[in-house]
Design a protein. Structure first.
Length: 254
């Protein structure tokens, strides 16, 4: 390769002029892209499932109960306050969409990618980012739905540079990250680990995550939060793009 051509994985720095991170729930962006958000001056987190449910269950879900919520609590209101505190730590703007978390809805009432995509597209056009970071969509049905909705938007907003970030916690479930990479490879856009310059600041990221006070106990129980933080699990970003010309057949070898 000639010396004056970029190496695989490099990204035009202009792509990071205005960054959006799409977060399924309030804490996902901080966990999967907190270092990234803190490294750039113009960032916005769009939280998709930030809406009030039609009603809370009479008995809180196991997740909410472990987080300290009891019957009658306005969980979303409390979590929005946590999110504001975390965004202040990360010096990031925020936008909240009005779709409720799936745990509060019957399966037939849960938002679909087709429901979310036009709303998400509208907000992206308002913020007008140069790059968009979306969850890989692992494990949790909300994460999968948001990933699929973002891919629908990408079809109409290909002028932006698109990436996936790894869903922290879920990416450690055996096979899930490999499954998503293989799925994208077969269907396009192809995912490729990208060189995304950022400055890891473990103390700052910990401060941001611990703003989500109600989530610490369930994240410790189900996702080994402290072990991941102490292990300094890196943030990995995958560029979403069409395969190099002539390479399309590689997906057939899987």
């Amino acid at each position: 390769m000639p010396y004056d051509e970029p190496t695989w994985g490099e990204v035009d720095p202009a792509a990071f002029s205005r960054i959006v991170v799409i977060s399924p729930h309030f804490d996902d962006a901080a966990m999967g892209a907190g270092h990234l958000l803190a490294s750039y001056p113009d960032t916005t987190v769009i939280t998709v499932l930030a809406g009030e449910p039609p009603a809370y269950p009479d008995v809180p879900s196991d997740w909410d109960a472990l987080g300290g919520f009891t019957s009658g609590d306005d969980v979303v209101a409390a979590r929005r306050l946590e999110d504001l505190a975390a965004m202040e730590v990360l010096t990031s703007e925020h936008r909240w969409l009005d779709f409720p978390d799936h745990q509060y809805l019957a399966p037939a009432d849960r938002p679909t990618p087709a429901d979310v995509a036009p709303v998400l597209a509208k907000v992206l056009n308002e913020v007008n980012p140069t790059s968009v970071f979306v969850p890989m969509g692992l494990g949790n049905p909300d994460h999968v739905m948001v990933h699929e909705a973002a891919l629908l938007v990408r079809q109409e907003q290909a002028q932006r540079t698109w990436f996936c970030y790894e869903d922290h916690g879920y990416k450690h479930i055996p096979g899930l990250l490999a499954w998503r990479v293989a799925k994208l490879l077969r269907s396009h856009p192809w995912p490729t680990p990208a060189i995304v310059p950022h400055v890891p600041d473990d103390d700052l990221k910990r401060r941001a995550i611990w703003c989500y006070t109600s989530q610490i106990a369930p994240l410790e129980q189900d996702h080994a939060l402290s072990a991941r933080m102490e292990g300094r699990v890196p943030e990995q970003f995958w560029r979403l793009d069409e395969p190099p010309q002539g390479w399309e057949g590689l997906a057939d070898l899987i």
